[in-house]
Design a protein around this ligand. Sequence first.
Ligand code: ARG
Length: 587
Amino acid sequence: MNAQSVTPLVEAVETAVADAIRRVLPETGGTEPLVRRSDFADYQSNAALPVAKESGRNPREIGGAVAEALDGAGVIAGAEVSGPGFVNLDLTDTAIWDQIASRGAAEGLGVGSPLAGKTIVVDYSGPNIAKEMHVGHLRTTIIGDALARLAEAQGATVIRQNHLGDWGTQFGMLIQYLTEHPEAEWHEVDDADPTANIAALDRLYKEARAAFDADEDFADRARSRVVALQTGDETSAAVWSDLVKVSTDAFDAIYERLGVSLTEDDNAGESTYNDQLNDVVDELVTAGIAVESEGALCVFFDDITGPDGEPVPMILRKADGGFGYAATDLAALRHRVRDLKADQILYVVDARQALHFKQLFAAARRAGWLTGDVEAAHVPFGTVLGPDGKPFKTRSGSTVRLMSLLDDAVEKAGKVIGEKNAGADRADLAELAAVTGIGAVKYADLSNSRIKDYAFDTDKMVALTGDTGVYLQYAHTRLASILRKSGDVAVEVDDSLPMSNEERALALHLDAYGAALAETMAEFEPHRLCVYLYRLARTFTGFYEANPVLNAETASARGNRLSLVRLTQGTLAHGLGLLGIEAPERM
Ligand code: ARG
């Protein structure tokens, strides 16, 4: 469904400022209106400064003339010059109330569909078969999901791609080991818990790796097994399929628990591209892009060198004949452009793979697969550290299972919620613990600037106060409660009422929601939306403390304030939804 579009007030102000400048200084070719929110007025424009400089005139004089031209024009109630030539602008109360009424009535909060007609591929999560998802998979999964939802909400056609690590020589090793150890239990270890199966498989994988490193004969048998698998040997293929099934069942259990929108239909693992690899590589060889070097097939780049200044090639085919990660990614990229018709491809992958993506995009540009019309972007992110800020390990020094991290967060959230609701129904509490615990994990991740590392501290992330998911969910329940108590009558906005400062601050912030979404997507930075929502909750609190809603002084004041409450509730729920976080009615 396409969201209706309500033009934000700031755009009306920008137009008015641009017009005024043209009238005051007809000789300039116009200018950017440079309008933003201000602490001293509704908006401030700095446009007079650059035009004054350009025309050699006094900026304060120009600012004054612009203010005079704007004063009392249309939605602008007053304009005044300040400082070296800033123009402070206040809107009429009527214009702001009307805006709240339009947003309240519009489908999708009036944010419109600025990405309509665009196809965006989002490559995220991408865990590896036969290995358990660990803390390292958290960020790609959560950030990727938020970006996919955000793009969809802005009207894009989003194609999610889960680039599972389901191919490679390691599967020969594992399948050979499983065949030689029929007693090894990894299948339906626990019917109720699909992640138990993969935990068992993960252990066997490590045993297989140890055998491979220690036993030359086993290593040889494992290598023949790779060949068997790749040439379509049925027994090997059956075990492989089984491995994939057990693993993806476990991934799906995690996605479900996390409330991540990935489904089986989005699975497009490395194996998907097998039968395209020869063709992809041939195309690159014919074009002279891929060349033989020390037995391997490589792509070299003038501007990509290692710390020693030597060129770092991208290896498509190793000397032993096996295709690698890079060849697969080239095939995937070609497929996404040619067949999926992507306008934009986002790779939400750990910052440590930056070199790989730089090479991938450069090679694809040289091959003509990536043209100016298509944007491919690596969306990198930092590392999740332990609560102490050091690399995240369990007490025994191994990697932290994602499922146990989630268990821990849900348990801690349960305590916080339980203390607040002594005597509440146990089942309700358990559900709330899940909603708040998972929301807390996601918010903690998304609210950190993407590229920075952050410390995973469950105690902090489930706090009821401060910049946490629980705080925002709680703010939402307060809004929902006011609306319940209001009797949910249809409210009409009376645009003739004077507006309080707090009503104004809330209304103008609400009006900026669409811009916050656009900015978040333009920078692939969910943290921006978190900042917006946190500020929304704070601004609402300021409003609610100063302006009684249910006991407002008049019926029309009550109606106007309820319309603000309703729009705040709708915006907060919508924004949390884009972050993949539930907005409960009570807690
Ligand atoms: N399986 C990879 C890993 O665990 C992530 C895949 C990312 N996507 C891609 N197209 N390379 O590192």
